[in-house]
Design a protein around this ligand. Sequence first.
Ligand SMILES: [Fe+2]
Length: 511
Amino acid sequence: MIPRDEHLDFVSPDNLIFGRGTVTETGVHCAQNGDTVLLVTDPGIRNAGLLDPIVSSIETAGVDYEVFDGVEPDPKVSNTLECADLAGDIGADALVGIGGGSSMDVAKTAAALLTNESPIEKLFGRHNVPTEGLPTVLLPTTSGTGAEVSPASVLFDDRANGTGEKEGIIDPAILSHTAIIDPDLSMHLPAALTKSTGLDAFAHAMGSYMATTSNTFADALCVQAMELIEEHLRDATFMGADAPEAREKMALAATMAMLGRVNGGKAAIHSIAYGVQALYDVPHAVAISMVLPEVVEYNQPASTEAFARLGTRLYEADGSRRGRAQTLVEGITRLRDDLGLDQSLRSVGAREEEMDELAELAVHSDRHLEPNPRPVEVSDAKTILRSVWWRLSTVMWRTCFKPVSISTHTTTRKSGWTPRAKSILKKLPTITSRGILVPDDISEKIRESRWRSDRARPYSTQSQPREDIRRPHAPATPSHCCTIPLMCSCSGPIRRLPRPKRGRQRCKPWV
Ligand SMILES: [Fe+2]
C-alpha cells in the first residue's frame, strides 16, 4: 500500500529509554512519580535475579517499594485485581512492570483501576478508560511483545461471574509513563522464547507495513525493525548470550515494531492466529509464527509494489516487481523455517474438520481485518488455515520429498523430483485449484513410512541440505496450475490451463 499521511497523531510513552545498563535508571524515574512504588512481576523473573538491579536502583533513589510476584503466564483478571489491591494498600504512587507481556499488562491495568472507580469490566474494549492510570515504568525481559510501548492489555476473565474469555483494554490512558528497554534483561532468554517472540515482533512490523492505515512514519519504524530481525534473530536464538549485539538489536527491533504497529495499524496476521491460540492453547507468539508467511502470501497480490520494495530492502531482490515480492514471501518463510517454527496445525492437534470453526474465529473482529490490504472472508481464512494445517514440517519434507535441485517453472525441464518423491506425488489424491495438496489416509501413511525409513538410514544417504529444497508451502492465492504445483514459483493472477495428457504444464501469467 502507498502510505497515507493525511493525519498523524503519534502515540508513544512519555519517556523511552534504550541501552544496556539502563536498568539502573529505574529508581530515578520512579522517584519522579512519588516515594512508593509497587513492583509487578512473576516468580520466574524474581528467581532469575532480574529484579536485583532494579531493586538496588530504587533503593538508591530513596523510594519505598513492595513486590507483587503473582503474575501468571496468561494474566488473569483475578491476578490484576489482587495487584491493584496491594498497590492501593501500600499507597503506591507508581507501578513498575518487569517481565514479558503478562507482567506489563497486569501493571498497566492495575494502574488504571487505581484511578478509575469503574469495575474492571467497564474498562474492557476500546477507549473505555475515562481517567489516565497511575504512572507506570515498564521493563521488558523478552524481545517481542512490545507491551512497554503499547496502549493495550489482554487479560483472561477468570472470575466466577466473568466472561471466561480473553478481554482486551485498548486506550492511550494505559500507556506507560516510562519504558526502559535494557537488552541485558533479555540476554539469557531461552531459545524457544527468543525465536517465537522475535517472530511475533516481525509480525507486528509486517502487519503494520501491510495495513491500509499505515503511514510513512510507522513504515520507517517497521521496515527498520524487520531488517534488524531478519539480520539478528537467528544469532539471538542460537547463540543467546554469546551474541550480545544480536540480543541488543532484537530488543530494539521489538520496541520499534510495536511502536510502528500502534501508529500504523495491523493486518490479518493476528486475527488468523486468534483461533489457533484460543482452541489449542498455543502460545501467542507460536500461533503467529505458524500463520505469518501464509497471510503475507495471501496479501501479495494486493500489495505487490510495497512487497517488492521490501523484498529489495531485506533480501536484495531484483528483477520484476512480482518476482521481488515473491522473494520477500520466500525470505519470511525461510526465516520461520530456519528457526524451526514451521509446525503445521496438525501438530498441535487440530483436525481438518475444525478449519471451519477456526476460520469463523479468524474473522470474528471486522475491526482487525478492515486495514488488511485484501478482503478476508471466511472462505479465504479457511484456505489460509488449511495451508497451515497441511504443511509438513521441514524435517518431514526433507525426508519425504527430495527435489534434485531448486526448480522454477523455467528450469523444471532439467531438474525434478527424485523417483521416490515422484511415486509419492503420484499417489497423492487431490490437488485443489489453489495448489493445496489434500491428504488422505494413504498419503499420510506413505509419508510416515518414508520418513521412518529415511531416519533409519545412515546420515550420508539422507536428505539434502535445506538449500536444495523447494519450499512446499502451498500458496493461498493465486492459483497455481502446474502439474506439480509445489515446484511452481510464479505469482500473480494465474489462469488454469487444461492439463495436457503427457508432460508437465507450465504456469502462465494471466494477462
Ligand atoms: Fe503479537
